[in-house]
Design a binder for this molecule. Structure first.
Ligand code: C5P
Length: 234
């Protein structure tokens, strides 16, 4: 059964913890991204863990291998259950991330999942600032195949790409999909979007949803409705 991950894209811990309290018991996973982590640091991860959530620390590392290795070590020590890097960083960066995770995993209960971001779900054809770029879905597939070879546990991709990625990399290769938009909700800056039901039917393991829940008038009810839609599609 796929899991719902709610993106807590807030400016401070007070706002994030308030939403987390609203969602307690309705969802198991939350996501800490760049805005919240830059404001509050690792204490926000431990705070959410204490509330009983599993935490995806979405910092999308992209740097030289040595720096990424250290960054992943630190991210793992924060207690995160899932961390990520950019697949575009290539083999040495990816393998350094895996090594950093292994080094720090001895100090935590369970080694976290390490994912590679393929193509951001906000990017459509023509958004990659290079000449003759392949279509985003082709890029995502190629990067996923490489990420699997480099020892990562899975990828961040669009729901539109999950079927082909699973066919190429195996059913156990994790696909986490942002760009989820329930029917009738606003896509905003996202481009390669699918509904929760479509993501589940395509085989996605984790669905990341932010604004459709956090900006809803009734966030808990909206999250529960999405979980129900996911169940019905299973
Ligand atoms: O509000 P919305 O549902 O668009 O939030 C999606 C979340 O997933 C954001 O926190 C964004 O940073 C993250 N994300 C994404 N696309 C990726 C990786 C992460 O939208 N490829």
């Amino acid at each position: 059964m796929a899991e719902l991950v709610v993106a807590l894209d807030y400016k401070d811990a007070d706002a994030a913890f308030a939403m987390a309290r609203t969602l307690q018991g309705a969802v198991s996973w939350v996501k800490v991204g760049l805005e919240l982590f830059s404001a509050e640091g690792p204490q926000v991860v431990s705070g959410l863990k204490k509330m009983g959530f599993k935490v995806f620390l979405d910092l999308k590392f992209f740097d030289i291998p040595n720096t990424v290795q250290g960054a992943v070590r630190s991210a793992v020590r924060s207690g995160a259950d899932m961390v990520n890097i950019h697949a575009l960083g290539g083999e040495r960066m990816a393998r350094a991330a895996v090594a950093g995770c292994a080094e720090a995993a001895v100090s935590v209960e369970k080694a976290p999942i390490v994912l590679a971001v393929t193509m951001l779900t906000s990017m459509a054809a023509g958004d990659l600032p290079v000449e003759n770029a392949p279509a985003p879905s082709e890029m995502a597939l190629d990067l996923a195949v490489k990420a699997e070879q480099y020892g990562l546990n899975g990828v961040v991709c669009s729901g539109l790409e999950v079927e082909r990625i699973k066919a190429a990399c195996g059913e156990n290769f994790i696909c986490l999909t942002p760009g989820i938009r329930p029917a009738s909700s606003d896509a905003g800056d996202q481009r390669r979007v699918v509904t929760p039901a479509q993501a589940v039917r395509s085989g996605s393991d984790y669905l990341v949803v932010g604004r459709p829940i956090t900006q809803a008038s009734a966030p808990r009810e909206t999250a529960l409705a999405i979980v129900e839609e996911m169940k019905q599609a299973t």
